[in-house]
Write a protein that binds this ligand. Structure first.
Ligand code: SAH
Length: 475
């Protein structure tokens, strides 16, 4: 390690900045956030510094740097554009054992400022020892996406309850208590900014732990009903990923791509309850019951479903039983197939010149077709997306034509959308059944009907034409 990582208390302490430009101003900003008293030595001030000065946030010493300015600061930044001045500040400060940083000149520094993620009071700092601030910033960006913004509120809440937990919960259960609080429903309340509710629940959790055997009270399971999106793991939400990585059991079905499943916790138990068309390998009511049973065993259960759980996902049915049994659960929305696939196929679902509305319909037709409003679906000026429509394609297309939709209306079939195996078949309402017959199209395939499909030629960024060449699958 080239530098000792420490966090320093500079509240109400004098910190000196030599230089009045924008670089110096960025350092001032950081010091002010940490509550420091900031003195700036410079013959003139740049715009930002002038603002600080007008608002009384800094003390401006209108002069060139002199050794006398190093009377009492607890640390010094040199950020002038004159290297000789920077060097002099560095040497004098080192002589007096005052920590000094010369911006962008590691050899003149005896401390460096890291790249930070500020979720105060939680602060994470990243340093490359001065080797590459850009790399540090890149790492910071990656970490930032993994540390939810609400982590700060979380630490504040923990501080509020620390003494109470110490007093009331036996030492051997404390760690479990905090783990549960950091990862369970209370944490979720804080993440979604329901702080009052979270505080109340936290108080209750402490009380419950005192009343019952602490260990027992901490054992409650819960269920996360998570939308895993249409296939590309990049389309998961932060919340989905976080919960996928903390669950003890993952219950998933056929639509979950291997790449998404890969992101669940390594040591989690995985249970496949896959659904194939007309061949539900585990009946729905058994899945509903399974979720209840696992949660009652104290497990954190990730019920991972393709797309969005509430769009043709039977998510509502799965949580009904949980709600009845008072098992804590939450629902995480996912990118539904229509959204993901239309983006990846370059087919905007609405467009000012083509479609003023969009309808998602199920093509899984129960004995006949009476349950869809064909009249409405056949109206022009809209886009209609059929989920689960492959098997009923004959019926779907003929019903739409029967109700007046132009047989030449552009239409697309997209198989395994958003995955590396995505295939697009472009035709018209009339030719769709023939395409399905002649190609080996398999589920999952989405059907998009409407003149927006003509935009595909121009807007397909995922499979541009040059790559596709003369692919015979394109009709
Ligand atoms: N809850 C899911 C839909 C489940 S119904 C969602 O919101 O997306 C299953 C149907 O969704 C499939 O028959 C298919 O029509 C569509 N689908 C889901 N993922 C798909 C994909 N990657 N490519 C094409 N169609 C998909």
């Amino acid at each position: 390690m080239d530098f000792l990582p420490i966090f320093m208390d500079v509240r109400n302490r004098n910190c000196l900045i030599v230089g009045g430009g924008e670089v110096a101003a960025r350092k001032v900003q950081m010091l002010l956030r940490a509550g420091a008293k900031v003195q700036v030595v410079s013959p003139e001030l740049g715009d930002t510094m002038q603002e600080f000065n007008q608002q009384g946030e800094i003390e401006w010493i209108e002069a060139g740097f002199e050794p006398a300015h190093l009377q009492n600061p607890v640390l010094v930044y040199a950020a002038t554009d004159r290297q000789t001045v920077n060097q002099q500040v560095s040497e004098l400060a080192k002589e007096k054992n005052i920590p000094v940083n010369v911006v962008d000149t590691p050899e003149l520094c005896n401390f460096i400022t890291p790249s930070i993620i500020d979720r105060s009071p939680v602060v994470a700092a990243i340093s490359t020892g001065g080797a590459s601030p850009v790399l540090a910033r890149l790492i910071r960006t990656r970490l930032e996406s993994m540390i939810p913004a609400a982590y700060g509120h979380f630490a504040t809440m923990a501080a509020k309850f620390r003494d109470q937990v110490k007093e009331k919960i036996e030492p051997q259960h404390r760690r479990l208590f905090w783990e549960k609080a950091f990862q369970g429903p209370i944490a979720e309340m804080i993440f979604s900014r329901r702080e009052k509710e979270a505080e109340h629940a936290m108080g209750e959790m402490v009380e419950n732990c005192c009343k019952a055997e602490s260990g027992e009270a901490l054992n409650g399971g819960e269920v996360y009903l998570i939308g895993g999106g249409p296939g590309d793991p990049d389309l998961l939400t932060f919340r989905a990923l976080r919960l996928m990585q903390q669950a003890d059991v993952v219950v998933y079905d056929r639509l979950i791509s291997p790449a998404v499943l890969d992101l669940t916790r390594r040591d989690a138990e995985r249970m496949y309850v896959g659904k194939e068309r007309d061949n539900h390998s585990v009946p729905q009511d058994q899945i509903n019951q399974l979720l209840v049973d696992l949660a009652l065993e104290g497990k954190r259960v990730c019920r991972l479903k393709g797309g969005d759980p509430f769009i043709f996902g039977r998510g509502g049915e799965e949580i009904e039983l949980l709600a009845e049994q008072h098992i804590p659960f939450q629902v995480v929305p996912g990118i539904t197939a229509a959204s993901g696939i239309s983006s990846y196929a370059g087919i905007p679902l609405t467009h000012r010149d083509h479609a003023q509305s969009v309808t998602f319909a199920t093509g899984h037709l129960k004995d006949g077709t009476s349950d869809l409003n064909w009249q409405a679906l056949a109206q022009p000026g809209q886009t209609v997306v059929f989920y689960m429509g492959l098997k009923g394609i004959e019926t779907i297309t003929s019903k739409l034509m029967e109700h007046g939709l132009d047989p030449n209306t552009p239409a697309a079939l997209v198989q395994k959308g958003t995955t590396p195996d995505q295939e697009e078949y472009i035709g018209t309402l009339m030719t769709l059944p023939q395409i399905v017959q002649e190609s080996e199209i398999k589920p999952p395939t989405l059907i998009i009907i409407g003149s927006v499909v003509t935009l595909h030629d121009k807007l397909d960024w995922f499979h541009p034409d040059e790559q596709r060449g003369n692919d015979p699958r394109v009709f």
